[in-house]
Write a protein that binds this ligand. Structure first.
Ligand SMILES: [Zn+2]
Length: 335
């Protein structure tokens, strides 16, 4: 791919955005612009005026010196010699444990029965402590050599001879339900020293357990909402779209429709930028179009309140015309 200099900001933004959608499309876009705006860099590197000059104060030429100065300055700022006790405390591993499981540790004697008689010797914690996922396993032994494994989480179920632990799956569910994302939550736990499930475990849970259940419940709930609202007239729907990030770099748009009086979410649509030809600006309009077309057949409404942009108003007029004509034709026996 060609290296580009003298590139204006808007072009760079467009090129970056389009490349994210489809590498082929992005490349063709760059190629088509290259004849007018680009300067191809030769194999000898950047322009001659950028080459090192002795005694230069250029930040780029003195990069190593700047980094050394910053490192020296930061080493004083972040000196932790007087915080060793706190650092030792911070470095200790933490786990999530339910109180009921914690209380099991208050039992200090071996409960193993041998020949109808309980051992009863004192249990001592060994150094055998293992942290797996969001749980910890501790081995305790009595002086008769009996060992007892304590696990910080209850077992939810078992499959193929492996146990599924409650805290692992509650944690994954809690991240999703609270609208969080794994990487941000994992960063928090890393700062806290809290042992949690891996990214792969979370992704598997999200894909195979959470997403199907959420989808199923939402579909049933959506059906119930529509069935109840259908019994009423003069329904006013309010709609707005929200992109996953601001500006042209947005990839997804969620358009939500809400019933005005009850504030109940009637339906929602997720639009991917690839579905609108790589144009993030028209994602919102596309989301509204899908929902209005669906609502026109499943939930007759009398008002829609949404953005006052000209493209949205045009869309609403078009859809209104199509469905009013269709209903009129039906009553006239045309359709
Ligand atoms: Zn024992």
């Amino acid at each position: 791919m060609l290296l580009v200099y003298s590139m204006d900001i808007s072009f760079e933004e467009d090129e970056r955005t389009l490349t994210m959608i489809d590498p082929l499309y992005g490349d063709s876009f760059v190629t088509s612009q290259s004849n007018e705006d680009e300067q191809v860099v030769d194999e000898n590197g950047p322009h001659t005026e950028q080459q090192a000059v002795e005694g230069s104060k250029s930040a780029e030429k003195n990069k190593d010196e700047i980094l050394k100065k910053l490192e020296a300055a930061f080493s004083q700022l972040t000196d932790v010699k007087d915080l060793e006790n706190y650092l030792a405390l911070h470095s200790r591993m933490r786990v999530i444990v339910s109180i009921n499981k914690l209380l099991e540790l208050s039992t200090h004697t071996c409960a193993l029965e041998i020949g109808g008689k309980v051992c009863g010797e004192v249990l001592c914690v060994t150094q055998d402590v293992t942290s797996i996922g969001s749980r910890v396993e501790i081995i305790r032994k009595c002086k008769n050599g009996h060992s007892q494994k304590w696990v910080s989480s209850e077992i939810l179920g078992a499959k193929h001879n492996s146990d599924f632990y409650l805290n692992d799956y509650l944690l994954a569910a809690a991240i999703i339900i609270s609208g969080n994302n794994y990487s941000k939550f994992a960063l928090l736990c890393k700062a806290l020293g809290l042992s949690i499930i891996s990214s792969n475990t979370f992704t598997r849970f999200q894909k195979h357990c959470a997403a199907p259940v959420i989808s199923d419940v939402w579909n049933k709930m959506n059906g119930l909402i529509v069935n109840i609202l259908k019994q009423y007239e003069e329904i006013c729907l309010c709609g707005d779209g929200r992109n996953d990030s601001p500006g042209h770099s947005a990839r997804y748009c969620v358009y939500t429709l809400m019933e005005h009086a009850t504030k109940v979410v009637v339906d929602m649509a997720v639009v991917d930028k690839r579905e609108t030809g790589g144009n993030s600006v028209t994602m919102e309009k596309e989301g509204l179009r899908r929902l209005l077309e669906k609502m026109a057949t499943v939930l007759p409404f009398s008002e829609i309140t949404t953005d006052a942009s000209s493209s949205i108003m045009k869309l609403v007029h078009e859809i209104k015309g199509i469905y009013i004509t269709a209903v009129s034709n039906k009553y006239n026996g045309v359709v």
